[in-house]
Design a protein around this ligand. Structure first.
Ligand code: ADP
Ligand code: 5GP
Length: 194
């Protein structure tokens, strides 16, 4: 890759943080304000929730399909989370090559892998105002079983301990305020871009 190719690549924004903190909610609101921002649709082996469709929220793959695509080198990063596999497909970054930036909504291990593979990517950690709000939001969302909520909260302890790794931390207290902060971070990176 020469300097011109690097200049042409869209900025990559990695949004991470524990399940239920509001990553999806904030990204939706950010992209309503900035429709030019592309979204990487991840692949996963978990089953679709009610209302989710293949190719929209995720590319839903069987374990065999996922493993075969790992072997083919199709992923930029992939990780196991709460008993399932999740990963960012290279094709999703390529698809967004002409977008005004591309957003990756991924968990902590994936964010660390992207940090190593793409140090130029901007990483933002979304934190809850308190540990209790995570449980309230996961329960309130109504999409996960009690068992899965407990699993996600257990992983969240490790994820919350990692917030110090991130230059940018946005506390999702009030949605509108948190989106303002997220937008300011994204805009400031885009203004720096060549
Ligand atoms: P994540 O994508 O991080 O797993 P979601 O975006 O699905 O989280 O949000 C989890 C739940 O919390 C949803 O029901 C969402 O409506 C709610 N939520 C998100 N942000 C806030 C907020 N700032 N205040 C109150 N509820 C919120
Ligand atoms: P959920 O099952 O709630 O949709 O997602 C569970 C977790 O997997 C979330 O923290 C979400 O950010 C993360 N995730 C979604 N897509 C990817 C991905 O492509 N790679 C990684 N590493 N994590 C992902």
């Amino acid at each position: 890759m020469d300097g011109n190719d690097a200049a042409a690549a869209p900025a990559v924004f990695v949004i991470t943080g524990p399940s239920g903190v509001g990553k999806g909610t904030l990204i939706r609101a950010l992209r309503e304000r900035h429709p030019e921002l592309g979204l990487s649709i991840s692949a996963t082996t978990r089953t679709p929730r009610e209302g989710e469709h293949d190719g929209v929220e995720y590319h839903f793959l069987s374990d065999e399909e996922f493993n075969s695509r790992v072997a083919d080198g199709d992923f930029v990063e992939h990780a196991a989370y709460s008993g399932h596999q999740y990963g960012t497909l290279r094709s999703e970054l390529e698809k967004n090559a002409n977008a005004g930036g591309v957003v990756l909504e991924i968990e902590l291990q994936g964010a660390r892998l992207i940090r190593a593979a793409m140090p130029e990517a901007l990483q933002i950690f979304i934190a809850p105002p308190s540990a209790e709000t995570l449980r309230e939001r996961l329960v309130g969302r109504g999409t996960d079983s009690a068992e899965d909520i407990e699993r996600r909260l257990k992983v969240a302890e490790e994820e919350l301990a990692a917030r110090g790794e991130f230059t940018h931390v946005v506390v999702n207290d009030q949605i509108a305020r948190a989106v303002d902060e997220l937008e300011a971070i994204v805009q400031s990176r885009r203004q720096q871009a060549p």
